[in-house]
Design a protein around this ligand. Structure first.
Ligand SMILES: Nc1ncnc2c1ncn2[C@@H]1O[C@H](COP(=O)(O)OP(=O)(O)OP(=O)(O)O)[C@@H](O)[C@H]1O
Ligand SMILES: [Mg+2]
Length: 310
């Protein structure tokens, strides 16, 4: 079973305007609301690939039903710890005249320490039945930034493989615990390895140092430039699939799902990257928040071109 953890879900409220006039009256053209959570995306794609998966994390009483409804629609199992308050809303103002998005993000409710400890206890139990634990996204106010670090330790004791897909402090603190796989995008990589970059090391040297330190797999996703997967013996580079991107939401999360699928099947690193690219491609070629299905992945998998760098 693949367990995904989403500590900081949110509702993306996109407001479309003909043009945005700051400081004056603006008329809304249309709106849409999407529930967003990186672990949820990973589980939805895994479930589409017929992998047994469970979503855990924090939800909030006043609008948590939206989260449950989304997962129920996709037939994904979930077991969230429900707290007082509401899931935070991120407002995205889209000015259609210049195609520019302005984002206003809420921090979300403060999570009390008692809830953190309760979640840790729940996670310990769930890890008994888990093959891979995926920790995705940011951490809400109140939750200590070493939570992923603690979870990697706990999972390690139970021989559960861990995937860490986050940024900033939670990523930095997680690295010394040697997760099985990390998947930073270019920006997250540059932030995490700022010191190494400043000392003159290039991307490949840094990536090799990471895997030599005991993190078996590093996947660096580079948006429209594709991705790289580095393990102890190989450096693989994948070109982006030739498709028209229609919705970039969940591209990175789909990659994580693709790699978990390959790991679960006992496949090697080249196939991990192939499934990552096929799953990302399957999600981005569809409008809005629609994520890759099984057919997408099967169709795109043979089209992924991989080059061996070393
Ligand atoms: N504009 C694009 N054109 C083609 N492929 C893309 C594009 N953007 C992303 N991809 C594909 O999706 C993969 C993941 O994208 P990206 O590096 O942006 O991940 P991310 O920033 O982690 O995304 P997320 O927002 O889901 O966390 C890329 O490696 C690439 O294969
Ligand atoms: Mg990402």
């Amino acid at each position: 079973m693949i367990l995904t953890l989403t500590l900081n879900p949110c509702i993306d409220r996109t407001i479309y305007l003909d043009r945005l006039d700051v400081g004056s009256y603006n008329r809304v053209k249309s709106t849409r609301e999407d529930l967003a959570g990186k672990g949820l995306n990973v589980s939805i794609v895994l479930n589409n690939l017929d992998v047994d998966t469970l979503c855990k994390g924090f939800s909030f009483k006043s609008n948590g039903h939206l989260l449950e409804e989304l997962l129920n629609t996709h037939h994904v199992r979930h077991d969230f710890l429900s707290l007082e308050g509401s899931i935070r809303t991120n407002i995205k103002l889209f000015d259609q005249s210049c195609q520019v998005m302005t984002e206003i993000n809420e921090a979300g409710p403060f999570v009390p320490m008692s809830a953190v400890e309760q979640l840790m206890e729940d996670m310990e139990n769930a890890l008994e039945h888990t093959d891979i634990l995926v920790m995705s996204g940011s951490i809400p106010p109140g939750v200590p930034s070493d939570i992923y670090q603690r979870l990697i330790q706990t999972a390690g004791k139970k021989r559960v493989k861990t995937v860490l897909d986050t940024a900033g402090e939670p990523l930095f603190l997680g690295l010394p615990e040697k997760p099985y796989l990390i998947k930073p995008n270019t920006l997250e990589f540059e932030q995490a390895f700022k010191k190494e970059i400043e000392s003159g090391m290039d991307t490949l040297e840094i990536a090799r140092q990471v895997v030599d330190s005991g993190i078996p797999y590093l996947c660096l996703s580079m948006g429209e430039e594709g991705a790289m997967l580095i393990d102890k013996e190989h450096v693989y580079r994948a070109r982006p699939l030739p498709l028209e991107p229609k919705g970039l939401t969940g591209a990175g999360d789909s990659m994580v799902a693709g790699m978990c699928y390959a790991i679960q099947k006992g496949l090697g690193s080249e196939d991990m990257l192939r499934y990552a690219m096929a799953a990302a491609g399957g999600s981005i070629r569809q409008e809005g928040t629609i994520l890759a299905g099984k057919q997408d992945v099967e169709e795109l998998f043979p089209l992924v071109e991989i080059e061996t760098i070393q």
